[in-house]
Design a protein around this ligand. Structure first.
Ligand code: HEC
Ligand code: HEC
Length: 304
């Protein structure tokens, strides 16, 4: 635009510097002005209805916008509009839904819960959270277990029994896995022999002579059969592991590649014994929570 044209179309404040430097005085565009007035009106309305202005230690609370919610302990709270209260109200609504489901599980047996898709879905997802928060620290996420320390809950091998009743009892009362150590009562060679025999029960042995000698020790003075039974299959009432399957829950031998290392791992158990425990949860969970966890754990590992 040429200089003359500009001075004709644009208003100036009349100030001029250095002869020809002028200060423009353009009016604000109308759309902008109306937008500005609208924000002013919005702000005033907002100040009236929502918490806005600080006053000393306090602030204006806004009017006509109260939120009412019920806390976990059943107290009803009415308060001015605020996001914390909105959150509490959302929680209350979520609690109502989950309480309804939890109540619907209360007097229902395991089989009936499984037959009802809504109930079993709810139980599984609620138990999933309970498990992650309380059990996965030991049994690992998903229940995979930690060889040598915490049993896997996803295999179909149960130290303490697989029925709903047994699993529930395990969770409710806790369990003690106790086996005495034999380092004082057996000679090292005897421990090797009986370890070789234990390996033979799950098809892992290489030395028949050792197995023969170990078998005598197992069935004789050492008294292994008292807990592990004559067949070596263990007793779920005692929590004595089944020694005839491929699943080792205490002796960490599946990660060992050669036979000698496996033998050493089994010997370590026989020498030192076992003392590990599963905590009792009866006091920490409601009956319904225990029921949901039982269903969940049972489903992780068992097809029956
Ligand atoms: C402090 C570690 C720890 C925590 C936490 C824990 N467990 Fe255990 N759990 C164990 C140990 C150890 C055993 C093995 C007990 C034994 O040797 O007999 C076990 C055994 C079990 C068994 C029996 C497995 C079988 O083969 O019979 C079940 C079922 C079980 N736990 C479920 C749970 C559930 C459900 C939770 C959470 C509510 C949980 N555990 C939390 C340590 C734990
Ligand atoms: C007083 C009962 C008792 C006696 C006696 C006993 N055990 Fe055990 N044994 C157990 C229990 C209980 C477990 C499982 C503990 C657990 O899971 O926490 C176990 C576990 C084992 C395991 C580990 C199995 C695995 O899955 O990792 C081996 C190996 C074993 N015993 C061998 C023997 C041998 C060999 C003898 C005899 C020299 C013997 N036990 C005597 C109670 C006994």
């Amino acid at each position: 635009m040429s200089k003359e044209k500009q001075s004709r179309t644009v208003q100036t404040t009349g100030h001029a510097w250095d002869g020809d430097i002028q200060e423009f005085n353009n009016p604000l565009p109308t759309w902008w002005l109306w937008g500005f007035y609208a924000t002013v009106v919005f702000a005033i309305v907002y100040w009236i209805f929502y918490p806005a202005w600080p006053i000393g230690d306090d602030y204006t609370k806004g009017i006509g916008n109260e939120i009412e919610y019920t806390t976990k302990d059943g107290k009803t709270v009415t308060t001015h509009w605020n996001t914390r209260a909105l959150y509490e109200r959302d929680l209350q609504e979520a609690r109502a839904v989950s309480d309804k489901f939890a109540a619907s599980l209360k007097d229902v047996g395991y089989a009936d819960i499984l037959k009802d898709a809504d109930k079993s879905n709810y139980a599984t997802s609620a138990a999933n959270v309970l498990f992650a928060d309380n059990c996965a620290g030991c049994h690992q996420p998903g229940g995979a277990g930690l060889p040598g320390h915490y049993p896997s809950l996803v295999d179909d091998d149960w130290i303490w029994g697989s029925s709903y009743e047994k699993v529930e009892e395990t969770i409710r009362k806790g369990r003690q896995g106790i086996m005495p150590g034999f380092s004082a009562s057996l000679k090292d060679a005897q421990v090797s022999d009986v370890a070789e025999y234990v390996l033979s029960l799950s098809g892992e042995s290489v030395d028949d002579e050792m197995v023969k000698r170990g078998q005598k020790i197992f069935h004789g003075d050492a008294g292994c059969v008292v807990c592990h039974t004559k067949t070596g299959q263990g007793n779920i009432d005692m929590g004595s592991a089944n020694l005839t399957d491929q699943i080792w829950t205490v002796a960490n031998i599946n990660t060992k590649s050669d036979h000698d290392k496996k033998l050493v791992a089994v010997k370590k158990i026989i020498n030192n014994g076992i003392n590990r425990s599963m905590p009792a949860w009866e006091k920490r969970f409601t009956d319904t929570e225990i029921k949901m966890l039982t269903l969940y754990v049972h489903q992780l590992g068992s097809s029956n």
